[in-house]
Design a protein around this ligand. Structure first.
Ligand code: 13P
Ligand code: SF4
Length: 357
């Protein structure tokens, strides 16, 4: 019973008081978000995990890579808890550390290791936050950095100051959309095929590459289409179309704007006149924004409901269970990144936090 679960979460949270902090990503369902102390995009939540060093436990209502990031940034004594361990991210799973290491070896064979006359190394690896801690560690070990959808351009600039080209993974769309907006021509963005050796990848294209893209994508955002945008424009003259940069390039190009989940929230918040917004991102966020801003008309571009199925795995029942376990002195579902991965992964994250626009 939802009311019963809500009461159980409230009671356990009240008993724990300041001992616990609950973080919630914008894509979480309403029954979970209502209990969160901080709600935000993945960059904001990474920062939020630094703000309560006094809390014994950080309960992360989001997906696995976000909880790993919170573990990397929080204090060593703090336990980061993911209420349901099955809450992963299919995009993060698309870049596997062995395949990335193999790609790196082949790129090193192709480009060598010598810096150019400006001291820029041949390749800087950049991983999207939506990746395993192992991949963040790979970036930390190899002079690279992490980005999120809210700072991808800043991070790419950081990388181009230090490298002649970038290997960007796992999300091809965020990489392509961001680099294109910075003026990188599409021909200079070949996609690496991890199932082929160097000779099977287009060596001529790699020779001219500025950004080498990985083949990953988000199964939620790739569902948005240019046809949906055309339909929204036909049915709602004057509509403002805002999409997440994980959408395919033609969709981002056809939209009026693109940005992270918090960018979308801020754009709606800043609109002074009643406006119609068609939004290309996860439906839980779109529905919450529609309820919070009744002066506007806000709808999801995809008429067939489009949730992130793994974010949805954080059911309030799991939240009640982990909080009640903490009350009972147990620490369930703790996410701990092993030290050998944690040190370089933290370095890559700290480079991101220090990179200024
Ligand atoms: P944000 O960084 O915009 O919160 O995006 C996270 C995410 O998983 C989008 O699919
Ligand atoms: Fe991963 Fe896409 Fe879900 Fe974000 S929306 S957590 S990228 S599957």
């Amino acid at each position: 019973d939802p009311a019963d679960l809500d009461a159980r979460v409230r009671a356990a949270k009240a008993t724990l008081g300041d001992r616990v902090v609950i973080l919630g990503h914008f894509y979480q369902r309403e029954e979970v978000v209502t209990h969160a102390d901080f709600v935000g995009d993945s960059f904001q939540l990474a920062n939020a995990s630094l703000t309560r060093p006094d809390a014994e436990a950080i309960v992360f209502c989001g997906v696995h890579f976000m909880a790993e990031t919170a573990d990397l940034l929080s204090g060593p004594e703090q336990a980061v808890i993911l209420p349901n361990l099955a809450a992963g991210c299919s995009m993060a799973d698309m870049a596997d550390i062995d395949q990335v290491e193999e790609c790196w070896e082949q790129l090193t064979e192709l480009y060598g290791t010598e810096p150019d006359e400006n001291g820029r190394v041949p390749v800087i690896p950049v991983t999207y936050m939506n990746s395993s801690a192992a991949l963040k560690g790979f970036c930390g070990r190899n002079g690279g950095i992490v980005c999120t959808s809210s700072n991808a351009a800043t991070v790419l600039e950081w990388a181009f100051e230090r490298g002649q080209r970038v290997l960007f993974f796992p999300d091809q769309h965020l990489g392509r959309n961001t680099a294109k907006a910075m003026g990188v021509p599409l021909e200079a963005m070949p996609m690496w095929n991890p199932n082929k050796p160097l000779g099977g990848n287009d060596e001529r294209a790699l020779g001219d590459a500025q950004v080498i893209l990985w083949h990953g994508f988000c199964s939620v955002h790739r569902r948005f289409t240019v046809g949906q945008i055309e339909q929204a424009r036909a049915e709602h003259p004057g509509v403002r179309v805002i999409v997440h940069p994980e959408c395919p390039m033609p969709v981002v190009d056809a939209a009026d704007e693109s940005g992270s989940t918090d960018y979308i929230r801020k754009a709606i918040d800043a609109a002074t006149e009643p406006t119609t917004f068609a939004i290309g991102t996860e439906v839980n966020l779109v529905q919450r924004l529609a309820a919070q801003y009744p002066q506007h008309t806000i709808f999801c571009l995809d008429p067939v409901v489009c949730p992130c199925s793994t974010m949805y795995r954080i059911h309030p029942g799991y939240l009640a269970w982990v909080l009640e376990s903490l009350v009972a002195g147990e620490v369930p579902n703790r996410i701990t990144v092993p030290a050998d991965v944690a040190d370089p992964a933290r370095l890559a994250l700290e480079r991101m936090l220090a990179a200024k626009p």
